[in-house]
Design a protein around this ligand. Structure first.
Ligand code: XMP
Length: 516
C-alpha cells in the first residue's frame, strides 16, 4: 500500500518543520516543499492534502513568496495557516488589509461554527498562538468566517472547494489543542489512514534499499552516533553482509567508546564492522597544534585518508564498492531546498563526517525523510539499545575541541576520565536524556592545590551542560548543587592530574557549546 502524503508548502515560517512533525506524529507522512515548487511536482506526489505554512511576508510585499494558485484547485483539501490564509484570500479575489502593526502572542479564539469539521471535538473558546500582520477584510466568494479572535478574523472555510484556513498557529506548543485541529484536518477532511508507522517505514525502506543495491557492495562510516548507527542498521536489515561499516578510532573518542560501539552494534546487532584503531596516526598529526580550526582540519583530512584506505581494501576483497550510506536527516534536506525564511538564515558551520567526492560512490540516505526523534523511534523499533539511541550529540573532532590548546595523549586520557565521571553522574541523577549535551572540558590552566599533606599543581576541568533545540542556540543548565559537588569531588579525587573543577555558566550566544 502506498503511503499517503501531505504536502506542506513553505512560505518561510520558522514553524514549517513543526507542521511536518505534527502531521507525522499522527502517523501521516508529510513533505515540505518550497512554496515556489512547480504544480506538476506537487501533483506528482499525489498528496491527500496540502498545507500552506505561515511566513514573514505580507501578501502585498513586492517579494511576497508566490505559490502556484493551481494548488487551490488540485482537488485535494487545503489548510492555510497564517500567511497561508492571507494568500488564499488574496489569490481568490478577497481583500486583505495591511494592519498597522503586527501582532504576535497568546490569544483566545471563539469558534463560531462548531459544526465545521476543522473544529470537531474542540471547545468554543481556544487558547492559541496568534500572529497576524495583514487582516482579511473581505472573503472570496464561497468562503465564510468560522472563528474570530478579539480583534481579527481567525478561521475561514469553503467546504465546496475544500479549503480551510486559520490565522493562528495550530502547530506550536502555545496552541495546546492545535494537535486536535491538525488531526481533524488530516483524518476527517483529508481521509488519512494514519498508517505511516515505524514498522511501515522500516519495511518499505528495507525493500527499496534491497532493490536499489541488488548485488552491489555498500560501505558506511560509523561514528557511534544515533544517525549513522540507525542508517547502518536499516541497510544491514536490507542486505546483511553486503554492507561493511567502517569505524575509525581517531584517538579523541570518549573513554571506552571504541569498544562500546563495537559491542553494541557488532555483538548485539550483528553489523559487519571493520574497526580501525588509528589513534597513533591522529595524535602524531595533532602534536604541537593549538589552533582549533587547524585541529579540525587535521582530524577531518586524516579521517578521509583512513576511510579511503579501508574502502579500497574492502573494494579489493569484495570486487568493488558501489554505494555509501549517509545519515542525512530531513532538516538538512529542507535547509538546502526551501525558501529562505527568517529561521533558515542561521546555518550550521559544521559538516559532520564529510567525505571526498573522488570516491564516486552512489549515496544511500535512508533517513533523508526523517526528523531526529523519528530516527530514534525507528531505531527503537529495530531493537537498538538505548545506549546508542539516547546518546547526546558528540562533535566529529571529538575531545580535540574540548582540550584547549595542544592535544597530547596524556591530556586525552585525563579528559576521558573526567568526562566519564560527568556523564556517569548525570546519568545516575536521571538527567542525561533531558540534557542536550553535558561533558567535561580540559583547560591547560595549572593551579595549586592540596591533597592530603601534599601540594599539587595540576590541570583544571570545566563542566559544561546545555539545553538546546538544534545546537544553534543553547542555555546552560543549572545542574543541582549536590550533583555538581559529587562530580567535582570525584574528578579531583579520582583523576590524578586534575585538581580544580569549574562550572561553565555561559549560554549560546554569546558562548558556543564547545570551547573551541
Ligand atoms: P558550537 O560549539 O558551535 O556547537 O556551539 C554546536 C553543535 O555542533 C557540535 N560541533 C561540531 N560537530 N564537527 C561536528 O561534527 C565540529 O567541528 C563541531 N564543532 C561543534 C557541538 O558539539 C554542538 O552540538
Amino acid at each position: 500500500m502506498d503511503s499517503q502524503t501531505i504536502v506542506i508548502l513553505d512560505f518561510g515560517s520558522q514553524y514549517t518543520q513543526l507542521i511536518a512533525r505534527r502531521t507525522r506524529e499522527q502517523n501521516v507522512f508529510s513533505v515540505v516543499m518550497p512554496c515556489t515548487a512547480p504544480l506538476t511536482d506537487i501533483a506528482a506526489l499525489k498528496p491527500i492534502g496540502v498545507i500552506l505554512s505561515g511566513g514573514p511576508s505580507s501578501v502585498y510585499d513586492a517579494d511576497a513568496p508566490p505559490c502556484d494558485p493551481g494548488v487551490l484547485s488540485l482537488g485535494v483539501p487545503v489548510l492555510g495557516i497564517c500567511y497561508g490564509l492571507q494568500f488564499i484570500v488574496h489569490s481568490l479575489g478577497g481583500k486583505v488589509h495591511s494592519a498597522p502593526k503586527r501582532e504576535y502572542g497568546h490569544a483566545t479564539v471563539s469558534i463560531e461554527d462548531s459544526a465545521s469539521p476543522l473544529f470537531a471535538g474542540l471547545p468554543n473558546k481556544l487558547q492559541v498562538w496568534m500572529s497576524h500582520g495583514d487582516e482579511a477584510l473581505e472573503l472570496p466568494s464561497g468562503f465564510r468566517r468560522i472563528a474570530i479572535s478579539d480583534n481579527a478574523l481567525a478561521g475561514i472555510e469553503n467546504t465546496e472547494a475544500r479549503i480551510w484556513a486559520v490565522q493562528f498557529h495550530p502547530e506550536v506548543h502555545h496552541t495546546p489543542l492545535g494537535p486536535q485541529l491538525i488531526k481533524n484536518f488530516l483524518f476527517s477532511i483529508c481521509g488519512a489512514r494514519g498508517d505511516w508507522t515505524p514498522a511501515h517505514f522500516i519495511e518499505t525502506t528495507v525493500a527499496s534499499i534491497r532493490e536499489k543495491v541488488g548485488k552491489g557492495h555498500v560501505i558506511c562510516g560509523l561514528s557511534g552516533g544515533v544517525d549513522s548507527s540507525v542508517a547502518a542498521m536499516l541497510v544491514h536489515k536490507a542486505i546483511g553482509s553486503q554492507l561493511t561499516c567502517i569505524f575509525v578510532n581517531n584517538g579523541v573518542l570518549r573513554k571506552n567508546e571504541f569498544q562500546n560501539v563495537q559491542k553494541n552494534l557488532r555483538e548485539k546487532l550483528g553489523l559487519n564492522i571493520v574497526a580501525v584503531d588509528s589513534t597513533d596516526r591522529f595524535l602524531s598529526k595533532l602534536a604541537g597544534v593549538t589552533e582549533p580550526e587547524k585541529k579540525r582540519k587535521i582530524i577531518g583530512n586524516e579521517f578521509i585518508a583512513v576511510f579511503d584506505d579501508e574502502a579500497n581494501r574492502i573494494a579489493k576483497q569484495t570486487g568493488g564498492v558501489d554505494w555509501l550510506v549517509q545519515g542525512t536527516l530531513y532538516p538538512d534536506v529542507i535547509e538546502s531546498s526551501s525558501v529562505k525564511g527568517p529561521s533558515q538564515t542561521i546555518k550550521s558551520h559544521h559538516n559532520v563526517g564529510g567525505l571526498p567526492e573522488f570516491m564516486k560512490l552512489k549515496l544511500i540516505e535512508p533517513l533523508r525523510d526523517l526528523f531526529k526523534d523519528e530516527v530514534r523511534r525507528i531505531g527503537r523499533d529495530m531493537g537498538m539499545p538505548e545506549d546508542v539511541l539516547g546518546r547526546q550529540p558528540f562533535p566529529g573532532p571529538g575531545l580535540a575541541v574540548r582540550i584547549l590548546g595542544e592535544v597530547t595523549p596524556e591530556r586525552v586520557a585525563l579528559l576521558q576520565e573526567a568526562d566519564e565521571i560527568v556523564v556517569a553522574e548525570i546519568k545516575a541523577a536521571g538527567l542525561y536524556s533531558q540534557i542536550w549535551q553535558s561533558f567535561a572540558v580540559l583547560l591547560p590552566v595549572m593551579s595549586v592545590g592540596v591533597m592530603g599533606d601534599q601540594r599539587t599543581y595540576a590541570y583544571t576541568a570545566a563542566i559544561r551542560a546545555v539545553n538546546s533545540e538544534d545546537g544553534m542556540t543553547a542555555d546552560w543548565v543549572p545542574l543541582p548543587y549536590d550533583l555538581l559537588k559529587r562530580i567535582s569531588s570525584r574528578i579531583v579525587n579520582e583523576v590524578r592530574g586534575i585538581n580544580r573543577v569549574v562550572y561553565d555558566i555561559t549560554s549560546k550566544p554569546p558562548g558556543t557549546i564547545e570551547w573551541e
